[in-house]
Ligand binder design. Structure first.
Ligand code: UDX
Length: 461
């Protein structure tokens, strides 16, 4: 089939690569000139495992090419996939500017029969509006708009696409259902057909549910700290109940990224617009906001204030395996440390992340070596569970730090190894008393620590 994918972000480019690999003739439209030039040179604008190889072989086989505008030359496209960004606007509503620009370009194409698959995450009813617009603007009576949400994760985008646990196709038109089923038949994955509005909402529901699991686990983790229980044991028990499932129960400093936070905000905004308050969604966001700073408050308490204190931050991306810092909890944490007068040194294995953070936070010293970051530090914050941090040389770190305090925001380190090496280790929900090593006071219990944390919060942060 002849396919056009508009938008060469994670979703668009990975989808295009996989469809070309499946034998389709694919055109990728990307309006960003720099990105387009790089793609034509065979360079993906972000790193994703296996993506470069698939792009290269399909470009070489002439099944995949790139253009700066949405135009048809010769044969019309059978399917046009919209995969442009739909970020959150200031009030949480989805910013659909890029989406409607694509709609205008679609309206300028000659009439005929086409299927438009909307992969961008858009509010419920957007597909209806697009179809009405196309009909109204250009009399495109035989254009079929389907919702076709995407569930891939950054860092495993190619794998997630090839092994999709479901392909959701939202349309009530047989022609669209047949065309999209044929398009994806090369993947041989389960297809779930439903109406367009349900498909649009399904995407938001999936992300909201995943986020809710994380916030739930974080809430239980905070209780673990108060009662002296261990969240890893609690979640292990939960995971063995198939009704609950073990995924997305990892406690820590909360969720970030370019999808979960904005989709929750958009869902809550949609509910508000309809006069319906989405209590669980709102609570999920609230717990997450609190969680993103919890460790900074703990560091503040342990160090008896942050003014002039030397703090090392390891991990800037919102999760390992990506160089993306969008929505990363580390950004909130850095802002808090800088505002509180701490002297911060930060490191991340991803060069792109280091460069972005250096641009965003001139007051933070971003270094190119993880051990340089901890040299002379009074506390080390581990904010992303990169393997390099898990495998760190703790004896070397002990000799470098001014104060052997490690706060593990992802519960990714082995507390026994660190404590045996002589560190004061504090995770999230690990139910450990927190010794106040700086003042020499022997210990502060989890309860006292959280009460203290609450004190810091009521102090205006
Ligand atoms: C997410 C969805 O998983 C995906 O289906 C959707 O298409 C896009 O949004 P992604 O943003 O790539 O994918 O990241 P994901 O792996 O879901 O992680 C999101 C955030 O949650 C990260 O900050 C991660 O650290 C955090 N997280 C994840 C936890 O805090 N605990 C967990 O147990 C899992």
């Amino acid at each position: 089939m002849r396919v056009c994918v508009v938008g060469a972000g994670y979703v668009g480019l990975v989808t295009a690569a996989v469809l070309a690999d499946g034998g389709h003739q694919v055109r990728v439209v990307e309006t960003d000139r720099k990105r387009l030039a790089a793609l034509r040179q065979g360079q993906a604008p972000f790193s994703e495992p296996d993506l470069d190889g698939i792009l290269a072989r399909n470009q070489a086989a002439r099944r995949l090419d790139y253009a700066g505008t949405l135009q048809e030359e010769g044969e019309p496209f059978d399917v046009i996939i919209i995969a442009v960004g739909t970020p959150a606007g200031p009030d949480g509503h989805t910013d659909l500017a890029a989406f409607w620009q694509v709609a205008a370009a679609l309206a300028a194409l000659p009439p005929g029969e086409r299927v438009v698959a909307v992969k961008s995450t858009v509010p419920v009813g957007t597909g209806d509006r697009l179809e009405a617009y196309l009909l109204d603007q250009a009399g495109h009576a035989s254009w079929y708009v389907a919702s076709n949400p995407e569930f891939l994760r950054q860092g495993s985008a190619v794998w997630d696409t090839l092994q999709a646990n479901r392909l959701v196709i939202g349309t009530s038109e047989d022609k669209a259902a047949v065309a999209l089923t044929a398009l994806y038949s090369c993947l041989a994955r389960p297809v779930l057909l439903m109406d367009r509005r349900s498909a649009e909402l399904m995407k938001y529901a999936a992300n909201a549910f995943l986020a809710m699991k994380i916030s739930f686990s974080n809430e239980i983790a905070n209780l673990c700290d108060l009662v002296g229980a261990d969240i890893s044991m609690v979640t292990l028990g939960l995971a063995m109940d198939p009704r609950i499932g073990g995924a997305f129960l990892g406690a820590g400093i909360g969720f970030g990224g370019s999808c979960l936070p904005k989709d929750l905000r958009s869902l809550a905004a949609a509910g508000r617009d309809l006069g319906y308050r989405m209590e669980l969604v709102e609570a999920t966001m609230k717990v997450n906001e609190h969680q993103r700073l919890l460790l900074a408050w703990r560091a503040e308490r342990l160090l008896e204030g942050l003014m002039g204190k030397e703090v090392a931050v390891w991990g800037l991306t919102y999760k390992p395996g990506t160089d993306d810092v969008r929505g990363a909890p580390a950004l909130d944490m850095l802002a808090y440390f800088v505002d509180s007068g701490a002297r911060v040194r930060a490191y991340d294995p991803a060069l792109q992340a280091r460069q972005e953070v250096a641009g965003l936070f001139p007051a933070v010293r971003v270094v190119n070596d993880m051990y340089q970051a901890v040299d002379g530090a009074q506390a080390l914050m581990v904010l992303t569970e990169w393997e390099a941090f898990v495998q760190a040389d703790w004896h070397r770190i002990l000799s470098l730090m001014a104060c052997p305090v490690v706060l593990d925001g992802r519960n990714c380190l082995d507390s026994r190894v660190l404590e045996a090496a002589g560190f004061c280790y504090l995770g999230v929900g690990r139910g450990r008393p927190a010794p106040d090593v700086v003042s020499g006071r022997q210990e502060m219990t989890g309860m006292a620590l959280l009460q203290a944390v609450a004190g810091v919060r009521s102090g205006g942060h």
